[in-house]
Every structure is written in structure tokens, then in C-alpha cells.
Design a binder for this molecule. Structure first.
Ligand code: S3P
Length: 438
């Protein structure tokens, strides 16, 4: 299990871009498969998760060509034209792949088996199985967990009201709805990322949103497109947090996705005491993108309320790292973190304690409160990523604030969403050396 060593740093400084957005890339690839004609996706997300989506699509007969420059070309098959796969489709570590694809497979006239790695095999799937069964499909699962055997059929439209806000569930139902007779709607308890809705419009389709309700009508036709995947805000989050947590830092992330359903972190960083500047430079396919600059000024106290959680769900591990060397971060109403790639509440608290940071677990959240009593900086130490990319990155950012170097076990898991993470960390910590080396 490869480890990474993270040395203490006083500050981070630099200008960078981040890899393509994982959530958007999954959706573009899936819709490209259902569209007619060729789709070219530039700046495609390079992590293993989106590779899993591409591999599953190949299994369904979609021609996918991955260029060395991050461009992916897909030849759409059109609705109803996917091919019965020769074996199980492997979603790897990717919940988005399994849940969104389940929505599409529920409508195919053949059974499909979907499998995943050990982490994905522990994640709850009833949240997609229940609505898709109401639409007419039949599922076999083990106590609501993968592997899933999906018996697709002709679907009927439903009105779904999930109990828990989830863009994956919303998207699975909408993707199934595209194949159903009639109009399918999802009424969410809180707003979640709306990339599926925006992507659908980009492919010439339509989703109608009214408040927290979104509807699609079956029988639409989608057209292949040339699309650009903006930088992943959730990857940028780690650098923005590092800049906010270490006074004297300045980080500028260019070409990063600024869809407002993803950027709640920016307000949180301001509340913590950082200076934040945002400039939307362009918008394509309904997705704004631009430049975010964060300068660290002082450490503060943050209380993240339950209603803020859906807008911050993937940023909470990074937000925890804000309080690594001072201040305090309390998160409530985030029980969903327990069913992510790891139990992120237990994993975060264990890892932060291993680095010498005060951390307490709550049933639905955590409290992180700087170095252990009497110390001005955390000691540093050892933290286990527990197979979770966002844990590895949160621990790396927290470790910057430490007195001594720290070891992160299983750090190579960053490749799920951010293969170049540690090289970029090195450059931001040590900009002069990086300049000299180039
Ligand atoms: C995602 C939705 C979120 C998020 C995940 C990506 C998506 O999951 O945590 O990383 O792309 O739709 P939930 O839908 O389970 O909240």
C-alpha cells in the first residue's frame, strides 16, 4: 500500500489548473452513448472513476477512443441501441458510474450485472433500486448492495420524492425517465448539483426545473457534441482550503468549474477568514468556469449547519483540514458521509488524530479543533486514507500545518479523481524549486 510523506509548509503559493470535473465527465460520457453521432470531450477527467464509466460503456458496445491529450471520443448508439454486455460491468470505486448507469440499464431489453470494488460493494443502492423498480425494472442485490443484476424493461414515468438529497439518485431517475413513457419528475428535499440537467440541454435534450422539482419527458433524441469539461471544483477545493488555512498563502485556480450548485465552499472560506476572489470568464454547455483566488489571512471558527451539507458534500473532508492548525470546524447533519467511498466521519477523525489534531466524532458529523492541548502546531504523524481519495487529500493538506513530516498510508488512491495531486502539492509548497526544475 504505497505511502506519501508530506513535509510541513508555512504556506502555499501559485497558479494552477485542475483536472476535468468528475461529475460532469461521467454525465457527458453517458449522454454521448445515448446520443446519435460523435461526441468529442476535451479535458476529460483523468481519474480512475471516469475510466470506469468509459469501460462500462465499451462493454455496452459504445466505441470509445481515449486520446493521449485527455480528449475522449465516443460514437453514440442512440436510445435503445446499447448492446448486451458479454460479462459483468465493473464500476470500480465509482458510485456515480453504478448509480447513473443503473438508470440507463433499467430501460434496456437485456439483463446486466454491475460489480464494483470492496468499497463500492458496501455502498447503499436501495436509493436507486426503489424508484427504478417503481418504473418497472427488476433488480437483484445483496441486502441492497452490489453486485446488482438489473433486469431492464420498458419503463413507465414516475414522480419520485427521495428522502435524502442526492444528485446521483436524481440523475439515475432522470436518465431512466428519458427512456420512459410520459414525464418523470424528481422532487428533492434540497438542491443538489444539476450537471445532468445542464448536460441534457447541451446534447439537445431538455429537463424542466421548477424550484426543487425537475422533470424529463421520454422519447427525446440527443445529438453528439463537442464539449469541454471544466476543471473540477472539488479537486480545486483542496488547494483553496490549503491557502485559507495557512496565512500568507495565495492560490489561483484557473479554468475551474463554477456551477453555483458546487461552489458553496467559497462562502465557507470567507466565513473562516480568507480573502476570496471569483471571476467567471466563460460559460459553455451551461457550465460557467473561471478563476478563483484565495488568500489566507486568519483562522476562524466554523459551524456547518445541516442545510449547508448538500452543497458541500464532497468538500467536507477538505473543510475539516481548515482547522488543522487553528480555529475550529464543526459539521452537523452530515450522516451521508458515512456511506461515501469510506465512512468519512470515522476515517477523518482517526486520520486527524493520527496527525496530532484534536478531532471528535459525532453520529452525523465531527469537530476538528487544531493541535493537541499546549501545542502551537500539530505534531504530524500517520494517517490511513482507508481507500478513499478525498481522505488522502484532506490528510495531505492537514499535514502541511504540522511540526514534523507525516505519512499517509494508501495515498495512491488520489488517482481515483486527481492523479497528479502530490506533484501539484510539491509545486505549491515549493514554487521556486518547481520553477528551477522546469
Ligand atoms: C455526485 C453526487 C454526490 C457526490 C459524488 C458525486 C454526482 O453523491 O458525493 O461524489 O456526480 O452526482 P450523492 O448523490 O450520493 O450525494
Amino acid at each position: 500500500m504505497p505511502t506519501a510523506t508530506v513535509a510541513p509548509a508555512r504556506r502555499v503559493r501559485g497558479r494552477l489548473t485542475v483536472p476535468g470535473d468528475k461529475s460532469i465527465a461521467h454525465r457527458y460520457a453517458l449522454l454521448a452513448a445515448l446520443a446519435e453521432g460523435r461526441t468529442t470531450l476535451t479535458h476529460f477527467a483523468p481519474g480512475a472513476d471516469c475510466r470506469s464509466t468509459l469501460a462500462c460503456l465499451r462493454g455496452l458496445g459504445v466505441a470509445v477512443d481515449e486520446g493521449a491529450d485527455g480528449t475522449v471520443t465516443l460514437l453514440g448508439r442512440g436510445f435503445g441501441q446499447l448492446r448486451s454486455p458479454a460479462g459483468p460491468l465493473d464500476a470500480g470505486n465509482s458510485g456515480t458510474t453504478m448509480r447513473l448507469l443503473a438508470g440507463i440499464l433499467a430501460a434496456q431489453p437485456f439483463p446486466t450485472t454491475m460489480i464494483g470494488d470492496a468499497s463500492l460493494s458496501r455502498r447503499p443502492m436501495r436509493r436507486v433500486i426503489a424508484p427504478l423498480e417503481r418504473m418497472g425494472a427488476r433488480f437483484e442485490a445483496t441486502d441492497g448492495h452490489p453486485p446488482l443484476i438489473i433486469h431492464g424493461t420498458r419503463l413507465r414515468a414516475i414522480a419520485h420524492e427521495p428522502q435524502t438529497p442526492s444528485a446521483q439518485v436524481k440523475s439515475a431517475v432522470l436518465l431512466a425517465g428519458l427512456h420512459a413513457d410520459g414525464t418523470t419528475s424528481v422532487l428533492e428535499p434540497a438542491a443538489t448539483r444539476d450537471h445532468t440537467e445542464r448536460a441534457l440541454a447541451a446534447f439537445g435534450g431538455r429537463a424542466d426545473a421548477a424550484g426543487l422539482k425537475v422533470s424529463v419527458t421520454g422519447g427525446q433524441r440527443l445529438q453528439g457534441r463537442e464539449l469541454y469539461v471544466p476543471g473540477d471544483f472539488s479537486s480545486a477545493a483542496f488547494w483553496l482550503v490549503a491557502a485559507a488555512a495557512l496565512p500568507g498563502s495565495r492560490v489561483e485556480v484557473e479554468d475551474v468549474g463554477l456551477n453555483p450548485t458546487r461552489t458553496a465552499l467559497l462562502g465557507i472560506l470567507e466565513r473562516f477568514g480568507a480573502r476570496v476572489h471569483v471571476e467567471v470568464t466563460t460559460s459553455a454547455a451551461g457550465e460557467p468556469r473561471g478563476i478563483v483566488t484565495v488568500e489566507g489571512d486568519r483562522t476562524g471558527t466554523l459551524d456547518i449547519a445541516p442545510e449547508e451539507v448538500p452543497g458541500l458534500i464532497d468538500e467536507l473532508p477538505a473543510i475539516a483540514a481548515l482547522a488543522a492548525h487553528g480555529g475550529q470546524v464543526t459539521v452537523r447533519g452530515a450522516g451521508e458521509l458515512r456511506v461515501k467511498e469510506s465512512d468519512r466521519i470515522t476515517a477523518l477523525v482517526a486520520g486527524f488524530r493520527g496527525l496530532g489534531i484534536n478531532a471528535d466524532e459525532r453520529p452525523d458529523g465531527f469537530v476538528i479543533a487544531g493541535p493537541a492541548a499546549g501545542a502551537t502546531r500539530p505534531s504530524g504523524g500517520r494517517a490511513d486514507a482507508r481507500g478513499d481519495h478525498r481522505m488522502a487529500m484532506a490528510f495531505a493538506i492537514a499535514a502541511l500545518a504540522a511540526e514534523h513530516p507525516s505519512t499517509i498510508d494508501g495515498a495512491d488512491v488520489v488517482a481515483i479523481s486527481y492523479p497528479g495531486f502530490f506533484a501539484t502539492l510539491e509545486r505549491l509548497v515549493n514554487p521556486a524549486a518547481a520553477l528551477g526544475a522546469s
